[in-house]
Structure formats: C-alpha cells, structure tokens
Design a protein around this ligand. Structure first.
Ligand code: FES
Length: 278
C-alpha cells in the first residue's frame, strides 16, 4: 500500500529494513555540505566558461606566464610566445575559444571524477542529498544507462589529464625566466606569478596522482603484490594520496582560478607582477 504524508510518497520498507517515515532523522545541518558544494562547483564552471571565451589576457610575455586554461595554445590565433609547443593548428574563428584544446579534457576529467560525481550528484540531483537523508527520486538506475554510463570514460580522461599536467609543468618551468622587453635578453627570474604557477602545478599533480583510476592503473589487476614490488610500492604511495583526493579536488579548483585570475590581471596591465628575483 502507498500513502502520502508530509515528507512525500511513502513506500513500505523492504523486508528487514526499519519503517522510518521521516525523510531523515538527522538533526545536524546536513544540507550545508551539498549547498557549499553546489556553490563551489557552479562558481568554477561559470568562471572557466567566461574565461575560456574571453580570448585575451592569458599570457604575460615578459615573464612567460601562461594561464592553465589556455595551455597548450596550439593555434595560430595564440599570442606570440604563448605557444610553447608550436602553432600546429590554423587560426580559430572568433567564436571558437582557444581554450577548446585542453579545457574540454580537463572538464571531462573532473566531471567524471569519482569524488566530484558524489559531490554533484548530492548537490544538484539530491541523489541522495546526504547520508541517511532520503532522496526525492522514486527510481534509481545508477550509472548503467546513457548518459551516466559515460562516466566510465574517466580512465581515458585521466590519460589526457596526465599529459596536460606534464604540459602545465613545462609552462611553469618556463615561468622561471624573465625577458627584458628593451633588449630581448632572457634570464632567470622569479615573481609572485611564478610561485602561483608552481603551487598550482603541485596541486594538479596531487589531484591527478591521487585519482582512483591512477591507483588502479598502477596496482590493479595484480594477483600477487609480492611479485610486483615496484608497482606495489607506487600503489601504496598513491593510496595514501588517494585518501585526500577530495581535498586536492577543492584545492585545485581554487589554484586554477587563482592562477588564471592573476595571469589575467598582470597580462591586462591591471597590476604589475611582484618580482622577487630579477
Ligand atoms: S577519481 Fe577524481 S580524478 Fe580520478
């Protein structure tokens, strides 16, 4: 029998399960985490979308700062110097953002991330909104059907994200230089932007290497760890990182926005880079 009460449609519990008619018995602020997650994720998506269509102020030629949103910049539309790996693609029409080369893969990596899935399923779909809080949906098909079955592509996004992390690392190394605009001479240099790029790259590696797929790639499908001591050692290290994957996920949302925002401010001439060395 199905009846209706103040918390929605009541369905009798499965045999052996307690008959709890309230939506939840929790008395704490269980709604706070999904609310904060929704605001944080929405901020990142809106910011990344705006900046990817911005099309300018993504490179500081004097200090070789390249925004991670625009890396790699492979089009002939990129400003000179920003293409650290050459301009192998033709000019893009104005409606195609330069960030289209790397950003879709990075977003795909994050959208299919195990942690983010939990986060946005709770924040946006309330499926469920929190532990021990009933969800409003009457059916559940998991990730067995389109479109959610595409979440299984996470491992492939990981491969591309790993490559992009290497590219971001190379960009960061180049930021340890400064070029005198008058003479064109390039020498060693460090500025606040260099340090921000460095922190961002460290965060990106922590996030990428703590990925569940990365852990599985290094140590999964092994029958005997004792026969693969090196893989076991790598897997053990990554497993420790993996316990903090959620923290790295949020850390890198912050560092990506901060890095791009700082590069934008310096590149647009709004502020000057704080130079520490040269
Ligand atoms: S599980 Fe989060 S990036 Fe792979």
């Amino acid at each position: 029998m199905t009846t209706t009460h103040d918390s929605g449609t009541y369905r009798p519990p499965a045999p052996g399960r307690p008959d709890i008619r309230q939506r939840t018995l929790r008395k704490d602020r269980w709604w706070l985490a999904p609310l904060v997650n929704a605001l944080g994720l929405a901020t990142f998506v809106v910011y990344a979308t705006i900046r990817s269509f911005w099309g300018s102020a993504y490179y500081v030629s004097e200090y070789h700062y390249l925004s991670p949103f625009y890396s790699p910049c492979l089009s002939q539309s990129c400003v000179p110097g920003a293409s650290h790996f050459g301009q192998i693609l033709p000019e893009f029409p104005a409606w195609i953002p330069l960030a289209i080369i790397g950003l879709p893969f990075l977003l795909g990596f994050r959208v299919t991330c195990y942690y983010y899935r939990k986060s946005y399923y709770r924040a946006f779909w309330a499926s469920p909104p929190a532990c021990a809080v009933a969800e409003p949906h009457s059916t559940y098909s998991g990730e067995t059907r389109f479109p959610l079955i595409l979440q299984n592509a996470h491992r492939y996004f990981f491969y591309v994200a790993f490559l992009i992390s290497i590219i971001n690392t190379y960009d960061m190394v180049l930021a340890f230089q400064s070029t005198d605009p008058a003479t064109g001479v390039t020498s060693f240099g460090i500025g606040l932007g260099t340090l921000i790029l460095l922190i961002n790259v460290i965060g990106l590696w922590l996030y990428t290497l703590s990925c569940h797929s990365c852990r599985h790639i290094t140590g999964g499908r092994l029958k005997h760890f004792s026969k693969h001591p090196i893989r076991y050692r790598i897997w053990t290290t990554l497993s420790k990182l993996n316990t903090r994957h959620m923290q790295y996920a949020w850390l890198t949302i912050g560092t990506l926005i901060l890095t791009d925002f700082y590069v934008m401010l310096v590149a647009s001439g709004t502020i000057s880079d704080l130079r520490i060395v040269n």
